[in-house]
Design a protein around this ligand. Sequence first.
Ligand SMILES: Cc1cc2nc3c(=O)[nH]c(=O)nc-3n(C[C@H](O)[C@H](O)[C@H](O)COP(=O)(O)OP(=O)(O)OC[C@H]3O[C@@H](n4cnc5c(N)ncnc54)[C@H](O)[C@@H]3O)c2cc1C
Length: 432
Amino acid sequence: MSPAESSHDVLVIGGGPAGSCAAARLRQHGLRVLVAEKCAFPRFHIGESLLPAGNRVLAEIGALEKVAAGGFIPKFGAEFHRADGSQAKKVVFREGLVPGLDRAFQVERARFDALLLDHARALGAEVRMETTVRSLEREGAGYRAVLADGGGEQAVTVPWVIDATGRETCLMSEQKRALEPSPFPKRMAVFSHFHGVARAAGPAGGNIVVVRLDGGWFWSIPIDAERTSVGVVTTVAGFRAAGLSPEAFFQRAVAAAPKLRELLGRATPTMGFHVTSDYSYFRRELAQERLLLAGDAAGFFDPIFSSGVYLATWSGKAAADLVARAHAGGRDLTPRERRAYTRTVKGHARVFQGLIEAFYDEDAFDVFMTDPVPCDISRGLISIVAGHARLTWPLWWRFRAFLLICRLQRHWKIVRRPAAPATAAVGEPVAG
Ligand SMILES: Cc1cc2nc3c(=O)[nH]c(=O)nc-3n(C[C@H](O)[C@H](O)[C@H](O)COP(=O)(O)OP(=O)(O)OC[C@H]3O[C@@H](n4cnc5c(N)ncnc54)[C@H](O)[C@@H]3O)c2cc1C
């Protein structure tokens, strides 16, 4: 099979949020873009709760109005609960330090991802659905890719590649082999969509609800008037030790936690239970001379703070901007640009990593749940939870102070945990 010289400047692999944003942005820069997406859309995808900071990216690529008109549920904040119902914390985005981050959307990803990909198409990207990129090799000044669809295989050569293939892909390039050691134990999620999950009245009904259990947590995300996405996160070791089917594990965790019984007492699943595991990782290098990784293809941490789609859209846009600049100069990405991209994407992700570590740590979680966190830290934390991961000085010192108080809490109990009956670990049987 001799490769066809593609008339495109950039091959974007994957039509999820990272790929769509990259493609739309490349079109705004006037580049010729080919998107290869292995699935037919609309397709199910987990990751339904968006962050306010993501609206800025959507606005920059010209898609925010379409999303706002898409009938998605507005999300004005987040709620965190202890499983025994002894403590709750409400985060209201508009009370944050950074203006303009007052709302986001809860989305059914099948519709949201299709909308974004259609937007890239409307801007002039050529989108080939049900087309899998099977292999990718350096050739000349660019890459040779083998694309497979129902009609067979075709090889194309392109000067630039943005790999936005997400977490579950077989496509490996040299760059994707080196992984950084994960700071987290191997975790997994069991999830489904439900009818009949209890919601707050009024605008707060659009909030994400996070319920923390010993060794895990639950999410509840309203995705339309009737359906709610609910999932439980636990360690792979804990799930294996329970020796249950995913559904039985899920139901037993619900039965063990008063807060979950309150939310899910009348709920019935509208589809089967999905399982995904082992999802925290980061690639060592995120850019080469002519290729960038964006979104989950670059890395992904635990989804507690709903950072995935924001990081995917933001990195997709950033990757497109870099490609456009180098392409206009007729050159490769410089080592400095490559390092800066890797550093910036990981820098954003590390802010969420700090929050995630605090969530799983008993003492730090006590501090997080205090309302308000002392020293005017709360307003900064709200903006970070809203996705403002670029830490300007007012956010930076508050975040550092929060992490410091969390460390001090280990030795001196600065904040008090409410007295509560012991909660069962995820999947443990309910006593009695
Ligand atoms: C349990 C769980 C819960 C989550 N909850 C949230 C949440 O509430 N909020 C949030 O923001 N994020 C959440 N996330 C993360 C979120 O799902 C991802 O970060 C997000 O989907 C990343 O977007 P992406 O475009 O990088 O990848 P994807 O959305 O996975 O898109 C990748 C696309 O590439 C295509 N593809 C793959 N390989 C190939 C190939 N070889 N050729 C062609 N196409 C290919 C795939 O078909 C897919 O459409 C969650 C993740 C998990 C695991």
